[in-house]
Design a protein around this ligand. Structure first.
Ligand SMILES: [Fe+2]
Length: 458
């Protein structure tokens, strides 16, 4: 990535995330003490990048076909014969666990006359890969098994008709695919995420909830609504009690990885008067009071953060039958949000453990599928519950209607997604060339575009 001449980055005079998480004198893991601020320039981002079909087609041909994308969780294909279909634009990948338990990915199109073996978004189990049209069949390892009336196809042989494979990589319980024929190693692409998140061991999680939401905006606009904390003061004023916005830390680590780090259990400096520590606990742990009794009282020398981390370590540990004793307060309650280019956003911490995925719907620059999965810790003993089935919301449907999803959180996501149609329409209505970004707080948006440009120009 070409970097413009560095300008000094201004930072808020309010307490930084680092100051806030160190205030209690509790240990903070070194990876959360790291800072990697970057100045990446201050030119406008052209609106055409969000609306142009030509630009979208370039992205599809040069970027989506050459990047590692998280396709499913390993537990989606837990047993031999389980499959899952991941699609991006016109591309379709059939991910299969073979008879030996190995995970393989194939181009999801029959080598006879092209029919998809299974439709997009579907999953299930089979003992062989069989085209529903004429019954050409492959073994789970991709070798050709049967061609009906083979006497009429002497030109079809097992050597030339093995199913074409797609590159697969595994990390943290996620199955990644890359449509490039010679992609870089996944471990190189992911760095430094595996090292940063080692203590969280994301392979030992299960999908408690899976929400799909259709959005009437470009895929980049959708991601950009979630990777900065600047919008909180206007879009989610209720969150200013309980989390800090202005001191949020923004890091750019590599071309593919960025992060924000936001302190919870404190309030925004913009709140006047500031709530007491006990008021903060009461607001954040609402609903748990009756069961918790004295545990939610802030004792002398304690802060709201200390109480919240302790209470969550205990209640979540009991609820999910796992010992959360190894997690520091910051790993329990703060929001360290990692972005992996192009479309994965990961929240590893225990209070709200989530992963997002953003993809265009079909080949439309104005439509996006946003997915939100909650990844709870698997029990220390026994097999975790099977992954939750996706709950699909249309563009106008509220997150508060999703069974099992906290309604306060549902309102937050309605606020987030409520601006996106207006923004996409504004891209077209505007007489201005493009978006003007803040240097520090919106650097991850610029970073996304610069990495995208690297792919488009290669
Ligand atoms: Fe938001």
């Amino acid at each position: 990535m070409e970097e413009p001449k560095a300008k000094p980055l201004a930072r808020s005079s309010t307490p930084s995330a680092q100051e806030l998480v160190h205030r209690d004198g509790r240990p903070v893991p070194p990876v959360f003490e790291l800072e990697s601020p970057r100045f990446l320039g201050d030119e406008d981002i052209p609106f055409a990048r969000y609306t142009s079909q030509d630009f979208f087609d370039e992205e599809m041909g040069r970027m989506w076909t050459r990047t590692w994308q998280w396709a499913c969780r390993e537990e989606h294909i837990a047993d031999p014969g389980d499959y899952y279909v991941y699609e991006i634009g016109p591309h379709s990948v059939l991910i299969v666990r073979d008879a030996n338990g190995e995970i393989r990915a194939y181009v999801n199109a029959c080598l006879h006359r092209g029919t998809k073996f299974r439709s997009g978004g579907s999953d299930g189990a089979f003992s062989e890969i069989r085209c529903p049209f004429h019954g050409w069949t492959w073994e789970l390892d991709g070798s050709l098994k049967r061609v009906p009336y083979a006497w009429d196809a002497p030109h079809v042989n097992a050597r030339d008709f093995a199913l074409p494979q797609v590159a697969v990589g595994l990390w943290g319980g996620f199955v990644f695919i890359n449509l490039d024929e010679d992609p870089p190693p996944l471990s190189e692409y992911l760095a430094p995420i595996p090292e940063h998140l080692e203590n969280f061991d994301l392979s030992k999680r299960f999908v408690e909830l899976h929400i799909e939401k259709e959005l009437d905006c470009n895929w980049k606009a959708a991601i950009e609504a979630f990777i900065e904390n600047y919008h909180t003061q206007e879009t989610h004023p209720q969150l200013l009690y309980g989390s800090d916005d202005e001191g949020t830390q923004y890091d750019v680590f590599t071309d593919h990885v960025s992060r924000f780090f936001c302190a919870f259990g404190v309030s925004s400096p913009s709140i006047d008067p500031q709530p007491t520590e006990q008021e903060l606990v009461d607001m954040m742990l609402v609903g748990d009071r009756s069961v918790l009794g004295d545990a939610v009282k802030v004792k002398p020398g304690e802060t709201a953060r200390i109480v919240m981390a302790r209470v969550l370590r205990q209640t979540l540990g009991e609820k999910y039958a796992t010992d959360l004793g190894r997690y520091t307060d910051t790993e329990m309650i703060d929001v360290s949000q990692y972005g992996l280019f192009p479309n994965m956003v990961l929240f590893p911490q225990l209070s709200l453990p989530m992963v997002y995925r953003f993809r265009p719907i079909g080949e439309n620059p104005n439509r996006t599928l946003f997915e939100l999965l909650i990844l709870r810790p698997a029990p220390d003993q026994g097999r975790p519950p099977p992954p939750a089935r996706p709950h699909r919301l249309k563009e106008r449907d509220s997150f508060t209607t999703v069974p099992g999803f906290d309604t306060n959180l549902g309102e937050v996501y309605d606020q987030d997604t409520g601006n996106l149609r207006a923004q996409q329409e504004g891209f077209r209505a505007s007489r201005k060339h493009g978006a003007t970004l803040l240097n520090y707080q919106e650097v991850r948006i610029r970073h996304l575009h610069q990495t995208l440009d690297d792919y488009l120009q290669q």
